[in-house]
Design a protein around this ligand. Sequence first.
Ligand code: 2DC
Length: 513
Amino acid sequence: MLARLARPGAPRGCPRAAAAPCRRLGGAVPAVPAAVPAVPAAPRPFEQVPGEWRAGWLNLLRFWREGGLSHLHLIMARNFRRFGPIYREKLGVYESVNILSPGDAAALFRAEGTLPERFRVPPWVAYRDLRHRPYGVLLKTGEAWRSERLLLNKEALAPELVPGFVPLLSAVGQDFVRRARAQARQSGRGCWTGDFSQELFRFALESVCHVLYGQRLGLLQDFVQPELQRFIEAVSRMFHTTAPLLHLPPALLRRSHGRTWREHVRAWDAIFGQADKCIQSVYRDLRLRRRSPQEPLGILGNLIVRDKMALDDIRASVTEMMAGGVDTTSITLQWAMLELARAPGVQEQLRAEVLAAKREAGGDRERMVRNTPLLRAAIKETLRLHPVAVTLQRFTTHEVILQDYRIPPGTLVQVGLFAMGRDPAVFPRAEQFRPQRWLGAGPKPFQGLAFGFGPRQCLGRRIAELEMQLFLMHILENFKIETMRAVEVGTKFELILVPDRPIELTLRPLEGP
Ligand code: 2DC
């Protein structure tokens, strides 16, 4: 553990040894220096946490000039190298303490209280205030958050939901395979090659809408409704325009007439407009009893029928899930396929596991999901190297000791997920894609935090995990995943972390059905 990294008594900013070079970052991974012998002493005061936290606006300027808008993850990794495993920072008006060790993450989550709060992305709050739209659970706080979150957990996150979700998500995965086989046939080369990001955006939207609305949208057909394509573009644009606005206070944003803010507002308008259309159509069907009893109601239908939440609140949270379900899973799947293409041995092992599970379960997808631990581990491993969220954040509710510093209540503490995932002190041979590392003996506390932790963890987690497991299962059963070896793909920050260039993949059919 990284107990005592900063030399006891060192006031601030003791420089760190250079990091071991990393395949993808060119050495931008935090190095963990050899432990300094522990000196029992009282925890040090907050003021001594290393870092640059005095001139917020100056820091923000410098951050922007250093390309922080698209390199937040690299700047954080560099700060950890410079300051050690904890540092304090102020960007604009936002102050935070940043940590990277699993042990510190554990201590932080012990101090999150019963109404945990993360950093509320200011432009997202400002948009809802501007349009007088209610917050969904993502942005709600306090008791209102808690009661809604509990109701939503029952419909979106509870383990009992798995049997209902599996057939819906598996059907979409199967359609993707069908489409990929057709594309391979038509190509004349017997395989399907290209940048799959658009195809996967559609796959992800089709998947999340199937569980949310119980309806198919037809996004995996040749003709895609232009308004759905526009929804997909709006989500990417919304993320993209959030990054440069991230450190500006909401009050300033709302009054601003800047181009980025206007684009941001337009993107959210398009997102809410399209989500409302889907929601209205389900609502109408329900009222007119146009749904046959065999048809799944979907999460939205269930929430309406249960009648425990105001319709506007349901709409707000369902819209968040619909928007949150596009880029997050599709980009993770791109990374997963890239890693598997680069590690053919691992790919073969996974395929063997999936095929064995299929023989054993007779095609019962739910059992297959349960019996493919290496496949789950491969998703965890993908998210370790390529987390969607660069950090996890919590406001502390009572004093907590992190790296021997006293952190007062009400402090925003961020766990540097990207940095942690690539830290060789936490993950031996961190640069290697090795799903097996998750299956070894012994617990791995607070190492797999891609979906967050506790009552405020990702609400879409169950859907995302099943969607990705079933997708990869179908792909592995049907195709060999290949890539051009030499191309290095880096990461850029667009609010979520995304590949910095298109990922070229090839799906080669294993044997024709
Ligand atoms: C971005 O410094 C960097 O799951 C900031 O599906 C801190 C921060 C706060 C909240 C994080 C955000 C970061 C990244 C995107 C996250 C978001 C919380 C939820 C959101 C991680 C790390 C995401 C992608 C949701 C988005 C739902 C939305 C479309 C309604």
